[in-house]
Design a protein around this ligand. Structure first.
Ligand code: NAD
Length: 392
């Protein structure tokens, strides 16, 4: 009898899980349903480029109906309201519910606000194509306003958080700003582009030499860094820092961190700080019929530290889970998840980047790093397109 496989989320982990489940199980063996809140698979590692108007939405948001065409995958565009792993039931925003023989949880992460007063209400985030479009239109609107009012707040853009998301975004905005400002008759030098970071340095995952390189490159394009200064409070357009200084900015994007999707902790799955704990097969430690991938899971590496919530790991976990769902349903041996670290690539705008590559963490800067970043994106796109055309 056909088994029911339900996959929650069509980001990197969910999409790759769906493709691989279908590689091993045909439609007579399993009915596969993917639930996603957007009708597109979004290449979220490229959102910073959309937020600065440097890429088209079509290039980074691919319709799931197109990706799933002819693959016998049921697609439900709906938000998961809740799921119970004890009752084996998923409740959706359209009022329907789903049951399963195997569940893949790939719901990603949400923005962390760390309880900072006023932050959530008074900031934008960069988690989806809609968010990226909102940021772009917001910046454009305020530069247009500034041309008329000369209110400095309209020409002040603050990014909160100097991790990879914040730095990649600020680099892209720095590149687009001169053209945008001039289009509205504004001198680009009048636009303030600030990045506030709580820690002593931006991009703490990279070696000091590359941090230095990133800082110099971005400062040369007008970015001002405020490091060692956590955002402590936001009231309207006033951003307060730990030293008491207040920045008045009509554009504030918060990229200060991510946390597990709360639905996971509420589902009955065993969790560790909001992320599901999994065994070496990416199976929940509490419920063997549930596999958890990407940012929804916490996986500890050989050094005992959790893997960071990155796209490349979500992708690898999704692929492995596709096979393991098949193995679980067909009573075959499951395969252990092994992570391949291809490095860290941080773009610094259209023409600059820094990267550490491979097991030896070889450092790259400038054009070679930019080309690596581009190649990594192309590699992902051709990988998913290739897999879809290969699927049974
Ligand atoms: P992050 O947690 O990596 O960085 C957030 C930054 O915000 C930290 O440096 C933190 O010190 C700072 N911060 C926290 N509280 C603050 C406060 N109150 N005021 C000011 N700064 C504050 O988050 P991210 O950059 O969104 O990255 C999330 C994950 O996604 C990471 O694992 C990252 O590696 C991954 N990612 C990877 C890429 C890439 O590979 N190019 C791009 C984007 C994100």
């Amino acid at each position: 009898m056909s088994k029911k496989v339900v996959i929650l989320g069509a980001g990197y982990g969910g999409l790759l899980a769906a493709i691989n489940v279908r590689k091993y199980l045909n439609k007579d063996q399993a009915e596969v349903t993917v639930v996603n809140k957007y009708p597109t698979h979004q290449i979220i590692t490229e959102l910073h480029r959309l937020a600065a108007g440097n890429v088209s939405e079509q290039a980074i948001a691919m319709p799931l109906t197109k990706l799933f065409k002819g693959k016998d995958i049921n697609l439900k565009i709906a938000t998961v309201e809740s799921f119970s792993v004890d009752q084996k039931e998923v409740k959706l925003s359209d009022g329907s519910s789903l049951t399963y023989d195997a569940l893949v949880v790939a719901l990603g992460s949400i923005t962390a606000y760390f309880g900072i007063p006023g932050l959530e209400e008074n900031s934008m985030v960069l988690k989806s194509a809609d968010d990226a479009n909102r940021i772009y239109h917001h910046i454009e609107e305020h530069i247009r306003k500034y041309a008329q009012t000369k209110d400095a707040a309209d020409a002040t853009i603050v990014i909160g958080g100097g991790g990879l998301t914040g730095v990649e975004l600020v680099g892209e905005i720095a590149d687009m700003m001169p053209t945008l400002a001039r289009n509205y008759g504004v001198d680009p030098k009048e636009v303030k582009l600030l990045l506030v970071e709580a820690g002593p340095k931006i991009l703490p995952v990279l070696p000091d030499e590359l941090i230095e390189r990133a800082t110099t490159s971005l400062e040369a394009r007008g970015v001002q860094f405020l490091t060692g200064l956590p955002v402590t409070k936001v009231e309207g357009n006033v951003i307060e820092l730990k030293d008491g200084q207040k920045i008045v900015a009509n554009t504030f994007v918060w990229t200060g961190g991510v946390q597990g999707n709360p639905l996971v902790a509420e589902s009955g799955l065993e969790v560790n700080r909001g992320r599901a704990t999994v065994n070496e097969y990416l199976q929940s430690t509490s419920h063997k019929d549930v596999f958890v991938v990407g940012d929804s899971a916490v996986v500890f590496g050989p050094d005992g530290r959790p893997f960071p919530p990155t796209a490349q790991i979500a992708w690898q976990m999704g692929e492995q889970t596709g096979y393991n769902v098949y193995a679980f349903l067909e009573n075959k041996s499951l395969k252990e998840f092994t992570q391949v670290n291809s490095g860290t690539l941080a773009s610094l705008g259209r023409k600059d980047a820094v990267a550490t590559i491979g097991a030896n963490a070889t450092q790259l800067k400038g054009l070679p790093a930019s080309l690596m970043k581009e190649a990594s994106n192309v590699r992902y796109l051709s990988h998913i397109k290739g897999l879809f055309s290969l699927a049974y």
